[in-house]
Write a protein that binds this ligand. Structure first.
Ligand SMILES: [Zn+2]
Length: 321
C-alpha cells in the first residue's frame, strides 16, 4: 500500500445557463448548454492524468438529453456522480425544508435514470450549508456534504457580484457563503446531528493559514496574470498542506477547460478570455503537481478511505438566514 497522503479532486458541472442566471442574464431561460464540449474535454484530461474523481451534476441538466448523456459518460469513465442541486440557485439556503428535499430527490432520481448509482455526496451551489440541509442529507443516507469553502474571499466575491450583477433575486446577501465561513474548519469533520449520524463535511480546500482559494478558477486567474506566480502559489499551497496535514480537496469547473467561443455570453466571467488550449495545458500542470505529492481520488472515495474523527455540532450552523 502506498504511504502517500490522499488528496481529492471534484468537478462542479455548472452549465452555461447557470452562470447566466446568477449573473442576471435573461438568456438563461433558454438553458444554453456547453456540456457537449465541456464533458469530453474534462474526461480526456482526467483520463490523461489517470484520475478518477467526483463530478457534481445539476438535476435540471440531467433531466435533459445532453445532461443525461454526460452523466452516463462520466459514470462509464469510472467517476463518482454527486448531487449539485436541481435548480442550481446559490440562494438554496433560503429554501424551505420541503423545497430543499425536492431539490435533492429530483436530482437523485435523474442521476439514477441516467444510469449512474444514486449519489452519496452533495455540494450546494452557493458554498452554504444549513441545519435543514445537513439533517436531510443524513436522513437520506448521504455519506458526505462538500459545500463549505473556508475562505475570506467569499464575502469579497459576494460584494463584487452585488456590484456587477443585474439579478434581483432574494437572498444574495449570503451568496458565496457568509462571513462565518471564514472561520469554518479546513479539515474534514462529522456533523453531530441526530444520534448516530455519520455525515461527513469535506470542505473545499483553501490555502492553509492564509485561507485564500486554491480552486481551479482562482489558479487560472493567477496564471493569466503570471504563470510563474501561479506555479509558485500552487506549489506553496501543496507544501503547506503537506506540512500541516491537510488533504487538499481541489475543485474544478467546466470553465477551467473552455475558451470564450465555447461559452457565448460569459465574457463577464474571470478568465474567459484565455484560449481553451492554454487552460487545458495549465490544468494538466496543476493536476500533475498534485499527483507528485498525493494519491488523488474523488471526494466520495476520500471519505470512504479516511477515518474522520473531528466533529462539529449542528447548532453552530447558520440556520435559515
Ligand atoms: Zn455550481
Amino acid at each position: 500500500m502506498s504511504a502517500r497522503p490522499l488528496a481529492s479532486v471534484s468537478v462542479d458541472l455548472d452549465n452555461l445557463w447557470a452562470y447566466l442566471k446568477t449573473h442576471g442574464d435573461p438568456g438563461w431561460r433558454d438553458r444554453p448548454s456547453f456540456l457537449p464540449s465541456a464533458v469530453p474535454r474534462l474526461l480526456e484530461i482526467l483520463g490523461e492524468q489517470q484520475l478518477t474523481t467526483t463530478v457534481f451534476v445539476v438535476g435540471a441538466d440531467v433531466v435533459r438529453e445532453d445532461g443525461a448523456k454526460a452523466v452516463a459518460e462520466i459514470a462509464a469513465a469510472g467517476h463518482e456522480v454527486g448531487n449539485h442541486s436541481f435548480g442550481h440557485e446559490p440562494w438554496l439556503h433560503r429554501y424551505s425544508r420541503e423545497r430543499l428535499e425536492d431539490e435533492l430527490s429530483r436530482t437523485e432520481d435523474a442521476i439514477a435514470a441516467a444510469g449512474a448509482p444514486r449519489p452519496s455526496g452533495f455540494r450546494g451551489p452557493g458554498y452554504s450549508v444549513t441545519r435543514d440541509l445537513v439533517e436531510l442529507l443524513a436522513e437520506r443516507g448521504y455519506a458526505y456534504d462538500a459545500s463549505t469553502l473556508p475562505t475570506w474571499i467569499g464575502p469579497l466575491a459576494r460584494a463584487y457580484h452585488n456590484r456587477t450583477a443585474n439579478t434581483s433575486e432574494a437572498g444574495l446577501g449570503e451568496l458565496f457563503g457568509g462571513v462565518s465561513r471564514v472561520l469554518a474548519p479546513v479539515h474534514a469533520y462529522r456533523w453531530q446531528t441526530c444520534a448516530g449520524s455519520a455525515l461527513v463535511e469535506l470542505p473545499v480546500t483553501t490555502m492553509p493559514l492564509l485561507r485564500t482559494p486554491i480552486h481551479g478558477s482562482y489558479l487560472l486567474q493567477l496564471h493569466e496574470i503570471s504563470p510563474r506566480l501561479a506555479r509558485a502559489y500552487f506549489r506553496t499551497a501543496l507544501r503547506l498542506c503537506l506540512a500541516r496535514g491537510v488533504s487538499p480537496s481541489l475543485l474544478l469547473h467546466p470553465t477551467d477547460v473552455l475558451g470564450a467561443a465555447d461559452a457565448p455570453g460569459m465574457e463577464f466571467f474571470p478568465g474567459m478570455t484565455a484560449p481553451g488550449a492554454r487552460k487545458v495545458a495549465w490544468l494538466g500542470w496543476v493536476l500533475s503537481a498534485l499527483r507528485e505529492h498525493f494519491d488523488v481520488v474523488g471526494t466520495g472515495e476520500y471519505v470512504r478511505r479516511t477515518a474522520v474523527r473531528r466533529t462539529r455540532p449542528v447548532t453552530r450552523l447558520d440556520v435559515g438566514r
